[in-house]
Design a protein around this ligand. Structure first.
Ligand code: ARG
Length: 281
């Protein structure tokens, strides 16, 4: 995916998106399954809901379609809808969570899709949805090391009929691929990503360099703000306000960064992208 035109590094332009989200009315940190979570720390569900609504309204203002799934009491991480499934060409690959605390979320999200007539596939392998499976143009980048099993990458490839490229995550703070890599353009002719190199094994870094020689490389400052947990429509990029280097790099390439504060949701280890499951018809 080497540059083929002078505009290869530039924002290709917005395309309308369809998202699924889950309002964090039951938000809390009552268990710890990633290094961001500290159950002794105060969480404010009302603030989480306000930040979440701002995020939802941002998508609506950008002209995207947002649907919601009803939050289930006792499943506080359900707000991180990205983990609920992976949807490509209208086919739903259900999530199967690593930790028992989140396991009921997989069937809950799968039911949401089945009730609406989607063809759903129950996962045989452990995978945490779009947290680890990111569609970039014609390929799917797939994280492993902390949550999603490598065997799920093969399962996704057979299901979707798209090449799945495995990437090894090595840094516990960046436990899902979408905390370490952002898809900026999913345009098959002009795929673009931003990523934080230290989150990947040496070999996986080499794979990323080979596939995306012109990728935006995020700084430590961007990464610790969970700036890579960003949502792009090909032009507008919803990003954590603390990701200042990433924001500047995006602007240089013709993207419009839209800072949205999701600091309360960061206490659970997630940002904008974690709260957003893309439905690809
Ligand atoms: N507390 C959740 C977990 O550790 C956060 C999930 C964040 N979601 C994401 N797509 N990275 O599973």
């Amino acid at each position: 995916m080497t540059a083929t035109s002078p505009d290869a590094n530039r924002a290709p332009g917005r395309t309308a998106r369809h998202y699924l989200m889950c309002e964090p009315v039951h938000y809390t940190v009552s268990y710890e399954i990633n290094p961001w979570m500290d159950k002794t720390r105060f969480t404010d569900a009302e603030l989480a809901v306000r930040q979440w609504r701002t995020l939802r309204d941002t998508y609506l203002d950008l002209g995207h379609r947002v649907e919601t799934i009803d939050p289930i009491p006792g499943l506080p991480d359900m707000v991180y809808a990205a983990n609920g499934a992976t949807v490509v060409d209208g086919t739903v690959y259900s999530a199967s969570f690593r930790h028992p605390e989140r396991q009921p979320e997989g069937p809950a999200y799968q039911k949401w899709f089945a009730d609406r007539g989607y063809v759903t596939h129950t996962a045989a392998q452990i995978n945490e949805g779009e947290g680890d499976l990111l569609v970039v143009g014609s390929v799917i980048l797939a994280g492993t090391g902390f949550r999603t099993d490598r065997a799920a990458h093969a399962e996704a490839q057979e299901l979707f009929g798209r090449p799945v490229v495995s990437l090894e995550l090595v840094s516990p703070h960046y436990y899902h691929l979408d905390t370490a890599l952002a898809v900026l353009s999913s345009d098959a002719a002009n795929p673009q990503v931003a990523y934080f190199p230290p989150a990947f094994s040496e070999a996986s870094r080499a794979v990323l360099e080979e596939m995306f020689p012109d990728a935006v490389l995020a700084t430590e400052r961007d990464a610790v703000a969970l700036g890579l947990n960003a949502v792009s429509d090909g032009e507008n990029v919803v990003v954590a306000p603390g990701a200042v280097d990433l924001t500047a790099a995006l602007r240089e390439r013709g993207y419009t960064p839209i800072p949205v504060d999701t600091s309360e949701l960061l206490k659970g280890g997630g940002g904008a992208k974690c709260c957003t499951l893309e439905i690809r018809a």
